[in-house]
Design a protein around this ligand. Structure first.
Ligand code: HSE
Length: 447
């Protein structure tokens, strides 16, 4: 590491760690402010003085609010590659987001033997194995705590605290926007459109909410979680994904009546070990039993529930988004990088093995599904026959609404997803079925 001549503000013996920051958006500004405003307090806590020495931006001339810069103006550069090459920079923090130029810059830094801290979930969920192997080859650390579940120390938990644990399943609420919306729909009884407007007004949901409500954000995080939990090379496109757009207030109310809360879950499961390891990874809305710890996660909060062979069940909870919360996770990683540099060590080597990712059609669980039907004699018999033909056993059925508004709500016994999907396809072809509605998978054993 670079150890500067002590300056007036530096205590003799305190190493100065120079950070090169790539990207100066919401999180970059928060991270710079956090370090600038607490430089001495952080130095006292960690024994290293952290400085954001250079900041790479796309457009140096772009007007920026003074409050976002303080004296950062002199630190700005339009040439990100020059920060990576700068021998006076000890650690690279990548907060550009997206694939390029982030990927090339991170690879260049790792190849140059410089530790990298990134919050880039898209990059990790697409090129995680490549980046980790580049870190291995460069003999340096790649930290990515902020790429999943913001301020929650989840990567560290799985990578370090539970490093020796055989993880069986990781199940998380990893998207705050959709959890906020589902909470509003559950607690205020409002419909999807109202919940979305509320989330947009509060700044949780973007003007174009697709990435959140269609589950794409959670999909990237599910891939990263599966990678860490199972040392598996899982990418976002491996993850079966459904969002929350089809869910109505009536589904949530019905689930509530049955003792469940509806949550958008990212689930990663170990299916088999040994010479042909296999995992299952998926994102979809699910009915979570009210007594399950994930059911109590309200609003924009995130939580991840982990099941290990010897540790049993545990859960971490916190803020998954927001500039400051994310900056806190970045800071934690920079501190770890600083320690490793001063001790001339690095974190344990992690690998990403090729695994089989099992298709959703192999899932076995209980299902909730709704059908809008004609309200006339023989409809229930016709519908029930279709379930039977596809080996799906009905556990309970209720009709809500009458006449033109008749809806049948089913809960199945545990069934195979492939059979349930075949049932839905056949039901959609029945004259008496006006619309096949929502399908929700039910978490936990039958009760
Ligand atoms: N949009 C995400 C969320 C945060 O709502 O949780 C960024 O990953």
């Amino acid at each position: 590491m670079h150890v500067d001549e002590p300056q007036s503000s530096e205590k003799r013996g305190t190493d100065v760690v120079h950070v090169g920051l790539l990207g100066y958006g919401n999180v970059g500004v928060a991270f710079t402010r956090l370090i600038d405003s607490q430089v001495e307090a952080i130095a006292l806590r960690i024994g290293h003085e952290l400085r954001v020495t250079r900041i790479a931006v796309r457009d140096v001339a772009k007007p920026r609010p003074d409050s976002a810069l303080s004296d950062a103006g002199e630190r700005l550069s339009g040439d990100a590659a020059s920060l990576v090459d700068d021998p006076s920079i000890d650690v690279i923090v990548e907060l550009i987001g997206g694939i390029e130029p982030a990927r090339s810059l991170v690879l260049a830094a790792l190849a140059a033997g410089k530790p990298v801290v990134t919050a880039n979930k898209e990059l990790l969920a697409t090129f995680g194995a490549e980046l980790l192997s580049a870190a291995e080859n460069g003999g340096v650390d790649l930290f990515y705590e902020a790429s999943v579940a913001g301020a929650i120390p989840l990567v560290r938990l799985l990578n370090d605290s539970l490093a020796g644990e055989r993880i069986v399943r990781v199940m998380g609420i990893v998207n705050g926007t959709t959890n906020y919306m589902l909470t509003s729909m559950s607690e205020e009884g409002c419909d999807y459109a109202v919940a979305l407007s509320e989330a947009q007004a509060l700044g949780y949901a973007e003007a174009d909410p697709t990435a959140d409500v269609e589950g794409f954000d959670a999909r990237a995080k599910a891939a990263i979680l599966a990678g860490i939990a199972f040392d598996a090379d899982v990418v976002a496109s491996d993850v079966y994904t459904e969002g929350i757009t089809a869910i109505g207030a009536s589904d949530i109310a019905f689930a509530h009546k049955l003792g469940y809360v509806v949550k958008l879950l990212a689930v990663a499961e170990r299916v088999s070990d040994g010479p042909a390891p296999a995992v299952a990874v998926r994102v979809h809305p699910a009915m979570v039993p009210r007594e399950h710890p994930l059911a109590s996660v309200r609003g924009a909060f995130n939580a991840v529930f982990v099941e290990g062979d010897t540790a049993g069940e545990l859960m971490v909870y916190g803020r998954g988004a927001g500039g400051m919360a994310t900056a806190s996770a970045v800071l934690g990683d920079v501190v770890a990088a600083a320690h490793h540099l001063s001790e001339e060590t690095r974190g344990r080597a992690v690998r990403r093995e090729q695994v089989e990712v099992r298709p959703i059609s192999e899932l076995r669980t209980q299902y909730y599904l709704t059908l809008d039907v004609k309200d006339q004699p023989g409809v229930l018999a016709a519908v029930a026959r279709v379930f039977g033909e596809h080996h799906v056993s009905i556990r309970s059925m209720e009709q809500i609404g009458l006449g033109g508004g008749a809806r049948l709500v089913f809960i199945t016994h545990t069934a195979l997803e492939a059979d349930v999907q075949a049932t839905l396809t056949s039901l959609a072809g029945l004259d008496v079925v006006a619309r096949v509605g929502v399908l929700l998978r039910v978490i936990g054993p039958e009760r």
